[in-house]
Design a protein. Structure first.
Length: 371
């Protein structure tokens, strides 16, 4: 029990698997994933997108492997990137074998959809031989015909049954290095399915609200669905599915985790919505500051408040703070304490410099204290 028990999240106890060098489940940090949307056969474009996702903080990246040419390209892509790659496989068992041989860290596959028991055994053998884990990916939009006939429509019970049926196939092949997702575009359905699955097994769970929509609407829907589950302690890795640049998925994923205190990466900006009391243009300032601080990975907090009503109080709780004052002069706080003033013209450059210096100081202290 912490000193602030209302902030405690009791994470579900799941078994742990490995996706390349990333641990998923158990007490491992909740990892953030995204997926490329380039043609896999366009190696240069796909590598560039994976590297952009790495820079944004993605722990794992998924790449679709729909045909033999994509399998060949996958091997070259993996050679040029650093994050573990998940190969997205549908229906064709040979693509799974080829992806494992190409160096994929994980196969996203539904064992019941790739053919006979012999074919499943071949894919499992390839995964074992090459150190691949798997993800069983159940989607409300593509449930098996017999389950739809049994339940009448996509429902939490059908999704959980589908997931456990697929899991049983892998278990029967003595394979347990897998995680499971039960995604839906309906947050109510998806959340209920994950809750049911969390009760039914101890496998790590990959969270997501699928086909969530564009950047704004999809962010809101995903935050409600994924955030609800994380707050309840459910989830070991996540992907925010947006009709947007995949880099935005990573950003939103980290924002969700940071909001719940489950991951800390980069600068968390606490800012007011602005009003007539503001001493400077808060909206413009926050946008520019956030843009210029994207390269900072060191966890820290920065408050930017337009006036003295809430500014000093927020600044007390952040590493650095800025509160709007009169006549173009604004107060800068360091470690919660009023420290000095800065002008409207200089404050953005000044804040960026302070954050960069603070990040460097924190990293140096880490190195000094490391065993």
């Amino acid at each position: 029990m912490s000193v602030r028990p209302y902030r405690d999240i009791d994470r579900r106890r799941s078994r742990q698997i490995r996706v390349g060098d990333v641990l998923v489940g158990g007490d491992a940090p909740i990892s953030v994933q995204s997926m490329t949307n380039t043609l896999t056969t366009d190696v240069d474009a796909t590598v560039a997108q994976v590297l952009a996702l790495e820079e944004a903080g993605a722990d794992i990246v998924r790449i679709s492997v729909p045909d033999e040419d994509s399998s060949k390209a996958l091997k070259e892509i993996i050679r040029q990137v650093n994050v573990p790659i998940v190969a997205d496989i549908h229906f064709h068992y040979k693509r799974g074998i080829e992806a494992a041989e190409a160096g994929a860290a994980c196969l996203r596959i539904n064992p019941g959809n790739i053919g006979s028991a012999d074919r499943v055994r071949e894919v499992v053998k390839a995964a074992k031989d090459h150190g691949c884990s798997m993800r069983i990916g159940v989607n409300a939009g593509s449930l098996e015909k017999e389950l739809l006939e049994k339940y009448g429509e996509p429902c939490p019970e059908a999704m959980v049954e589908s997931a456990l049926n697929h899991a049983r196939i892998l278990e029967d092949n003595d394979f347990f290095e897998f995680k499971i997702s039960v995604k839906a575009s309906d947050a109510f359905l998806g959340v209920a399915a994950y809750q049911g699955l969390a009760d039914a097994c101890d496998y790590p769970l990959h969270l997501g609200i699928t086909e969530a929509g564009g950047l704004q609407a999809g962010t809101v829907l995903s935050s409600i669905g994924i955030g609800n589950l994380l707050w309840a302690g459910i989830g070991d890795t996540l992907r925010v599915s947006l009709s947007a640049d995949p880099v935005e998925e990573v950003k939103v994923g980290f924002h969700i985790l940071k909001s719940l205190g489950l991951r800390t990466r980069g600068v968390r900006v606490i800012s007011c919505p602005s009003c007539a009391r503001q001493g400077f243009d808060v909206v413009k300032t926050v946008a520019e500051v956030e843009n210029r601080l994207q390269h900072i990975r060191t966890p820290m907090t920065l408050s930017i408040i337009g006036c003295v009503v809430n500014g000093p109080g927020e600044a007390r709780e952040t590493d650095l703070g800025l509160t709007g004052g009169g006549s173009g002069s604004h107060k800068v706080y360091v470690a919660g304490v009023p420290d000095h003033n800065t002008s409207t013209e200089q404050m953005i450059d000044h804040l960026v410099k302070l954050v960069e210096e603070k990040a460097e100081q924190i990293e140096q202290e880490k190195e000094t204290s490391a065993p």
